[in-house]
Design a protein around this ligand. Structure first.
Ligand code: FAD
Ligand code: SF4
Length: 553
């Protein structure tokens, strides 16, 4: 069946900070320079913000450039909690040590930053974009990249709707739509599914380090007024991940009206296949230093999302014929600061500026926006990432030594010394697991239902919803691998790294183990696509609008 096609100057895939900033910048330039540009933005969530999960403490540097008057009251930006106190702790099982603030490198200082719900900020950015004339289509997932005869990118196609689990068409069947563009900007965030196809098609990762990732697990709590300290930011390292020789860090941000965003980022370079990031997060909350804020409070929302951690060494080639990667599709997170939204916004602006100049010059698309990577490397994004380039790779020496080295390296920068070496990431995260036979299963405490919870009740709080009768969007390249290879070798780790209980090994009627995929629970974190040791799982987009419905993550 032929699909309907629509033509645009620029199509943007993804309504996060990067995609929305690009859309806004294009329309601002069009107005300033009196040169009409048609812009369309696709978002797979049911609405803008529904799939956004972040901390979030934002550095406003990006927003200050995008919307300089965002602080004006009538603009209505949902950004009001300034950071008032910044604490960095080392946790032991029952105790803690606070690093004095004067000992922390300057860039770790959150003074002048704001605590927000990034989902709410994106909803607001979406309104700004629509007011400028951007066509935004939430509930439409870009499923396919389209190519011109010369191999350049022609745009994207949304997925078909109304296809049953067995591939037959239901009464509601509607074929996907083709969106053709002179330039296609990919803003899918960490581990995008189209980005992955483009990496491979245009060999965009040649000559750079593998991308590294963490899985971020987050809850939003309403706490007792007495436990609430508006503007407080607490980061920690150490327990509980120190018990398993794995690494990562936690965050706790007090904002709004008695709201506390609490989360744990577990580096996906962990080796122990029995590790369960979800259960690590649950026991983290029982630490006295954390529990004292949550006791008496109510958990409102749960979710999970991967975060890029490779830094500057892992940034791929940013352009391909007919388009570019912006934001975390490429990966611009500053890991020690746990901040990427400012760089996502700025990269979206730079990508938009390059596309706009090409359109004004009368280009008809299909070429590479080469001015974009040049501008990006000359911008503050590159400086931000260069300063911290050795911090994450140093963690291969262990959390304590790696953190001390990272602190030393960042302090050198503060003193004006750029150390002349760059440490590298040698292994992708799917290569780091060691055989289960080398470890004992980890006995996690049972959830107490007060501070710690199980997966089903957690997924419930993500408001995840997928049309049940549709093809499974988690595709196994070889369906035999989970049971034939991953189970004997790694005790099938998908059962534990998935934060939503999607993967289970159950006993079939014939008494043999069977791999079961509960795809409707998927919260779109992308961890399975990253961590499966055989790289056998391809996360693809489900029917548009499916997935979590985060109100304010
Ligand atoms: C746990 C955690 C804590 C963090 N804390 C902070 C923090 O405190 N401060 C900070 O600055 N940064 C933080 N970050 C990083 C920050 O969230 C990201 O850098 C930023 O969100 C990247 O923006 P983006 O627009 O590139 O991608 P995203 O924010 O991931 O947005 C991508 C959007 O594209 C959509 N999409 C993806 N694929 C498709 C498709 N094929 N079709 C249609 N739509 C699609 C998604 O649904 C999503 O809405 C954190 C990240 C995590 C995971
Ligand atoms: S199935 Fe994959 S993407 Fe979905 S929640 Fe589980 S690990 Fe995340």
């Amino acid at each position: 069946m032929t699909r309907e096609a629509m033509e645009y100057d620029v199509v943007i895939v993804g309504g996060g900070p990067a995609g929305l900033a690009a859309a806004i910048r294009l329309k601002q330039l069009a107005a300033e320079r009196n040169h009409e540009v048609s812009v369309c933005l696709l978002e797979k969530g049911s609405e803008i913000g529904a799939h956004i999960l972040s901390g979030a403490v934002i550095d406003p540097i990006g927003l200050n450039e995008l919307i300089p008057d965002w602080k004006e009251k009538e603009k209505g930006a949902p950004i009001e909690t300034l950071v008032s106190d910044d604490q960095f702790l080392w946790l032991t099982k029952t105790g803690s040590f606070r690093f004095p603030n004067f000992a922390l490198p300057r860039l770790m200082n959150n003074h002048g930053n704001y605590i927000v719900s990034l989902g709410e900020v994106c909803r607001w950015l979406g309104q700004q974009a629509e007011a400028l004339g951007v066509e935004i289509y939430p509930g439409f997932a870009a499923a396919e990249v389209l190519y011109n005869d010369d191999g350049s990118v022609k745009g994207v196609a949304t997925g078909d709707m109304g296809v049953a689990k067995d591939g037959t068409h239901k009464d509601t069947y509607t074929p996907g739509m083709e969106l053709h563009a002179k330039y296609t900007l990919i803003a899918e965030g960490a581990r995008g599914s189209l980005s992955k196809m483009l990496f491979s098609k245009f060999d965009l990762r040649a000559g750079v380090d593998p991308q590294k990732f963490g899985i971020g697990l987050k809850e939003l709590w309403q706490v007792e007024p007495a436990a609430f300290k508006k503007g407080l930011v607490v980061h920690s390292q150490g327990w509980p991940l120190s018990e398993t020789g794995s690494s990562g860090g936690s965050f706790m941000y007090h904002f709004g009206e008695n709201l506390v965003a609490i989360g744990l980022v577990v580096h996906l370079s962990y080796e122990n296949p029995y590790l369960s990031p979800f259960d690590e997060f649950q026991r983290f909350k029982t630490h006295p230093e954390v529990a004292k804020y949550l006791k008496g409070g109510k958990r409102l929302v749960y979710g999970s999302r991967a975060i890029n951690e490779g830094g500057v060494q892992s940034v791929p080639k940013l352009t391909f014929p007919g388009g570019a990667l912006i934001g975390c599709s490429a990966g611009f997170v500053n890991v020690p600061r746990i901040k990427g939204s400012h760089n996502a916004i700025k990269s979206g602006m730079l990508g938009a500026e390059a596309a706009f100049e090409a359109l004004v010059a009368g280009k008809t698309g299909g070429d590479e926006l080469t001015s974009y990577p040049t501008a990006l490397k000359a911008s503050w994004i590159w400086k931000d990432l260069d300063k911290v380039r050795n911090v994450k790779p140093a963690l291969k020496w262990g959390t304590v030594l790696g953190t001390l080295y990272g602190g030393f390296d960042m302090w050198c920068h503060d003193l004006g010394i750029r150390l002349p070496w760059t440490l590298h990431h040698h292994k992708a995260d799917h290569e780091t697991l060691r055989p289960a036979a080398e470890f004992q299963p980890i006995q996690y405490p049972r959830p107490d239902g007060v501070l710690s919870f199980d997966k089903p009740s957690s997924v419930f709080l993500s408001a995840t919803n997928h049309e049940e009768n549709q093809p499974v969007h988690l595709k196994l390249r070889d369906p035999s691998i989970p049971i034939a290879v991953n189970l004997p070798m790694y005790a099938e780790p998908a059962q534990r790294y998935c934060p939503a209980g999607v993967y289970e090994v159950v006993t079939a009627d014939n008494g043999q183990p069977r791999f079961q995929i509960n795809a409707q629970n998927c919260v779109h974190c992308k961890t399975c696509d990253i961590k499966d040791p055989a790289q056998n799982i391809d996360w693809t987009v489900p029917e548009g609008g499916g997935g979590p419905n985060y109100p304010n993550m």
